[in-house]
Design a binder for this molecule. Structure first.
Ligand code: SF4
Length: 172
C-alpha cells in the first residue's frame, strides 16, 4: 500500500488595526519568499494576492490590534482555523500606538475628530491579540525583524519552537 500524499502546509497572513509595516517586512524577504512559496501554500495574504483559500491553516501570522467588535469576532474565527497562531509586531503584541486611546475618553476623541461620530463603530480600547485568543508565539518589534520572521515561519513549518530570545525587540 502506498503512503498517503504529503500535503503542502498552508500559511495565512491577517491584518487588523495596523500600518501594514510588518506585512511589508514579509514582502521585503524577496528571495526567501520565493523559496517559501515553494515550501508552503500561501492561502491568505491580501498584500500579495487577492486569491484566497479557505482554512484550516497550518500557520497564521497576525498583524494589528483589536479595535472593533468585528475584529474580536474575526480573530476568534481565525484562531479556530489555525494550528499555530503567531502575532507579529507591536500592534498585535501590545496594542500599538493606537492603544494611546486606552488612557483617554473615546467619546471625547470621536466628538473632536469626526463630524458625525454616530457613524463610527469602535471599541473604547485597542488591545493585543492575546487579550482575545491564545497565541502560540509573539514576535515583537515595530516593524518586526525580517530574519526573525523567517525563523518563526521556518520553525513552525518544521514543527519546532522558534529560536528567538523572548526579550528580543530589534537586532539592528
Ligand atoms: Fe506598523 Fe509598527 Fe504596527 Fe508593525 S508594529 S503594523 S510596523 S505600527
Amino acid at each position: 500500500m502506498s503512503a498517503p500524499p504529503k500535503t503542502t502546509p498552508t500559511l495565512a497572513v491577517w491584518k487588523f488595526a495596523s500600518c501594514d509595516g510588518c506585512q511589508l517586512t514579509l514582502l521585503d524577504c524577496e528571495d526567501e519568499l520565493l523559496a517559501l512559496s515553494e515550501a508552503v501554500s500561501i492561502a491568505h495574504f491580501l498584500e500579495l494576492s487577492d486569491t484566497v483559500t479557505g482554512g484550516p491553516y497550518d500557520v497564521s501570522l497576525v498583524e494589528g490590534s483589536v479595535t472593533t467588535a468585528a475584529d474580536r469576532d474575526r480573530i476568534r474565527a481565525i484562531r479556530e482555523q489555525s494550528r499555530f497562531l503567531v502575532t507579529i509586531g507591536a500592534c498585535a503584541t501590545a496594542g500599538g500606538i493606537q492603544a494611546l486611546r486606552n488612557f483617554a475618553d473615546i467619546d471625547e476623541f470621536l466628538a473632536v475628530v469626526y463630524a458625525s461620530p454616530d457613524y463610527i463603530d469602535t471599541l473604547a480600547t485597542s488591545t493585543p491579540i492575546s487579550a482575545h485568543v491564545p497565541v502560540d508565539f509573539e514576535l515583537r518589534g515595530c516593524p518586526i525583524d525580517r530574519r526573525q520572521l523567517l525563523e518563526v515561519i521556518t520553525a513552525y513549518l518544521a514543527g519546532r519552537r522558534p529560536n528567538i530570545p523572548n526579550t528580543s525587540v530589534c537586532t539592528e
